[in-house]
Design a protein. Structure first.
Length: 138
């Protein structure tokens, strides 16, 4: 970095020592948000409407369970892969009926969740996770 400051294209190396903590926060926050969407569908929590038909109720349970697993860092790879699949299905079944572009069909959260969860599926639990604690214990 030097005295001239951060150059274009240069990585923000001062953040590098905290990548494990940033990823843990990323995983925990996305897990919490996903579980919250599930709680809305399953229980009508947070001002949401409880799902009354089978497909939204199934989606709610997937969101609630996978979100909590991701938040805790327990079986994160599998839970995130399932969650990414659910978000892809949600986008193509629900949102594309209103147009293809996510910004105009209200599908932006589904796309963002999908790709965030694909990243988590590839990276797995990381620091501050039940899986990490289990690995250290063995």
């Amino acid at each position: 970095m030097g005295q001239e400051g951060l150059r274009v294209g240069e990585p923000m190396n001062f953040l590098a020592p905290y990548t494990a903590e940033f990823y843990a926060a990323f995983r925990i926050i996305f897990g919490l948000m996903f579980a919250s969407h599930g709680a809305q569908k399953v229980f009508g929590a947070f001002g949401g409407e409880r799902a009354v038909t089978a497909v939204p109720m199934l989606a709610g349970w997937i969101e609630l369970v996978c979100g909590l697993l991701i938040l805790l860092g327990l079986f994160t790879g599998i839970a995130a892969f399932i969650a990414a699949g659910e978000m892809a299905v949600a986008y193509f079944w629900v949102h594309t009926a209103m147009g293809w572009w996510p910004l105009t069909n209200d599908g932006e959260p589904s796309v963002l969740f999908c790709f965030a969860f694909l990243y988590m599926a590839a990276r797995s639990s990381g620091a501050y996770s039940v899986d990490g604690a289990r690995r250290r214990a063995t």
